[in-house]
Design a protein around this ligand. Structure first.
Ligand code: FRU
Length: 476
C-alpha cells in the first residue's frame, strides 16, 4: 500500500482507505483498500472499496459524511451518504497519463461505493500532475472546500453539493519547497491552543524535494476568506528561498492527511501518514507485506513568540495497549550507559519517554542496538542546533543507496535548555517526538534480529536522566 485515503469517522468507526495494488507488492494499477477500527490502533481489513474503471486507476483522495445530504445521493434510500472524491488516473502511454477528479457515494457507511454517473466532476485543465482531492466542510463559510495538487501548486475550489466545483484560487507560487511535484494536500481550520483564534493549516506533500531526501510533507499556516488562502506574514522569513517547515523531519512520513467528521465532542484533529519514502518504498526487504502507516497523531496549532507552529503527538488510544510499565526516576549517565535491556523490555513494541533538564553538553546520543552490532542512533546536537537520526548501521540497508546515505536532520533555530523525548518503537520503525511533539522524526529500519538494548551516551560528562518511563505495548 501507499497513501492513506478517504479517512472519515462515523458511527463509532474510523475508516481508512489506502492506495492498494492487490496483485503484487510493488506499485501497480491503484485501488482503494479499506480497513476499519474503533480506536485507530487495531484495524480490520475490509473488501476493496474502489476498483479502476474506464476513466482510469483510483489514485488518492478523501471522503466526507454528507450529513445534510447536500449531494442528494442519500435521497433514494433516506440514508446519510458518505461521499468519496478521488483522482482517476488514466494511462495513455509510458510516463503519460490523464488525471481527472471523480466522486462516488456510499449508502452503507463506507462499505460499498457507487460511482457518480457524470464523472469526472473536475476535468483536467492541461496539467500532467493534477490529483489528490481533499474535501473539508468549511463550517465558517458554510461550503465544501476542496484542495488538490496541480503541478507544484495547490488549487482551491468550493461547492455546495459536492458535484459542482468552482475554482477559487491557487497557492504556492514562490512559497515553500518546490524540488518536486506537490501531492496529497489537506486544508482545515484549527483553534490556536489556549486562544479563540482560528488559523487555517495547509499540508502539502512533495516528492522528491524533502529536506532529507525524497518524499516529505511541508506545512503552511494562514487565513482563509472562503476563496483565497493567505499565508500568515510571520512565515515569510521561514519560507524564503525555497525553505519550508516540515511536519516530520525523518524520511518516512509521507502523504499524510486528517480524518473528517470527528465529532465536536471529541474535537481533535487526527492525522495518519504513510510510513515510507518513494526513494525506496518498492525495494524495502519485506515480502508478504509492504509499507505501513505511522502511529495516528493528534495535531495542535501553537503560537510561540509570534510564530505559529504545528505539534504532533501519538493519539491517547495507544495507552490502552500498555501491558507493563517500568519507571526509573533518576539515572546518572557517564560515557555510554545501557539504561534498559531485553528481556525486561521488548523493543519491538514499546513507548519510551524521558527528560533531560538543564542541557549542558553539546551532543546527546541515544541508541538502540543488538548483540550483532546493529544499531540506530538519534539525538540532539545542541551546539550546531539540530536533532538527528542515523540508521546507517541498522541492519539491512543495501536495498537502496538512498536509504542510509545521509543522517537525517531537523534544524533548530537556537540551542535548547530542556529536552523531553518520546520514542514509539515497532518491529521496523521508530517515531521520535521531541519536546512535546514540536519536532518529529519518523524512520523505518530492517534489523536482522531485534534490538535488545537502549543506551545513552554522555560523552564523558555525567547526565541526569529524569522520569524514564518504558511502556511495553501489547500489539500483534
Ligand atoms: C503520493 C501519490 C499520489 C497519488 C498516489 C498514487 O504518494 O503519488 O500523488 O495519488 O500516490 O498511488
Amino acid at each position: 500500500m501507499n497513501d492513506p485515503n478517504g479517512m472519515f469517522f462515523y458511527n463509532g468507526y474510523y475508516h481508512l482507505y489506502f492506495q492498494y495494488y492487490p496483485e503484487g507488492n510493488v506499485w501497480g494499477p491503484m485501488h482503494w483498500g479499506h480497513a476499519i477500527s474503533t480506536d485507530m490502533i487495531t484495524w480490520t481489513e475490509q473488501p476493496i472499496a474502489l476498483y479502476p474503471d474506464k476513466l482510469g486507476d483510483i489514485f488518492s483522495g478523501s471522503a466526507v459524511v454528507d450529513l445534510n445530504n447536500s449531494s442528494g445521493f442519500g435521497a433514494t434510500r433516506n440514508k446519510i451518504p458518505v461521499v468519496a472524491m478521488y483522482t482517476n488516473s488514466k494511462r495513455l502511454g509510458n510516463d503519460e497519463w490523464l488525471q481527472t477528479q471523480s466522486i462516488a457515494y456510499s449508502l452503507d457507511e463506507g462499505k460499498t461505493f457507487t460511482k457518480y454517473e457524470n464523472n469526472p466532476v473536475i476535468e483536467n485543465p492541461g496539467l500532467k500532475d493534477f490529483r489528490d482531492p481533499k474535501v473539508t466542510w468549511d463550517s465558517i463559510h458554510q461550503k465544501w472546500t476542496l484542495v488538490l495538487a496541480a503541478g507544484d501548486k495547490i488549487n482551491l475550489y468550493t461547492s455546495t453539493n459536492l458535484k459542482d466545483w468552482e475554482f477559487q484560487s491557487s497557492f504556492g507560487e514562490h512559497i515553500g519547497a518546490h524540488g518536486g511535484v506537490w501531492e496529497c494536500p489537506d486544508f482545515f481550520p484549527m483553534v490556536v491552543e489556549g486562544t479563540n483564534e482560528i488559523k487555517w493549516v495547509l499540508l502539502v506533500s512533495i516528492n522528491p524535494g524533502g529536506l532529507n531526501g525524497g518524499s516529505a510533507t511541508q506545512y503552511f499556516i494562514g487565513d482563509f476568506d472562503g476563496k483565497t488562502f493567505s499565508l500568515d506574514p510571520s512565515f515569510n522569513n521561514d519560507l524564503e528561498n525555497e525553505k519550508a517547515l516540515w511536519i516530520d523531519y525523518g524520511k518516512d512520513n509521507y502523504a499524510g492527511v486528517t480524518w473528517s467528521n470527528i465529532p465536536d465532542s471529541d474535537g481533535r484533529k487526527l492525522f495518519l501518514g504513510w510510513m515510507s519514502n518513494w526513494q525506496y518504498a518498492q525495494q524495502v526487504p519485506t515480502e508478504t507485506w509492504r509499507s505501513a502507516m505511522t502511529t495516528p497523531r493528534e495535531i495542535t496549532v501553537i503560537k510561540n513568540d509570534g510564530q505559529y507552529r504545528l505539534k504532533f503527538l501519538p493519539v491517547r488510544e495507544l495507552q490502552n495497549y500498555v501491558s507493563k510499565t517500568i519507571r526509573k526516576n533518576e539515572i546518572s549517565i557517564t560515557d555510554k550507559t545501557v539504561v534498559a535491556k531485553s528481556p525486561l523490555v521488548d523493543f519491538t513494541k514499546a513507548d519510551i519517554q524521558f527528560t533531560v533538564s538543564d542541557l549542558k553538553q553539546d551532543v546527546y546520543t541515544f541508541s538502540l542496538s543488538n548483540s550483532i552490532g546493529e544499531s540506530i542512533s538519534f539525538g540532539l546536537n545542541n551546539k550546531d542546533h539540530f536533532f538527528f537520526i542515523d540508521r546507517s548501521k541498522s541492519g539491512n540497508t543495501s536495498f537502496s543507496e538512498d536509504f542510509a546515505k545521509n543522517v537525517s536532520k531537523a534544524p533548530l533555530n537556537k540551542n535548547i535548555n530542556d529536552l523531553d523525548v518520546r520514542i514509539i518503537l515497532d518491529k521496523t520503525s521508530i517515531e521520535l517526538f521531541y519536546n512535546n511533539g514540536t519536532t518529529v522524526m519518523t524512520e523505518i529500519f530492517f534489523t536482522t534480529q531485534p534490538f535488545d538494548s537502549f543506551s545513552i551516551n554522555a560523552n564523558a560528562k555525567p547526565v541526569e536522566i529524569e522520569n524514564l518511563i518504558i511502556k511495553q505495548l501489547k500489539l500483534n
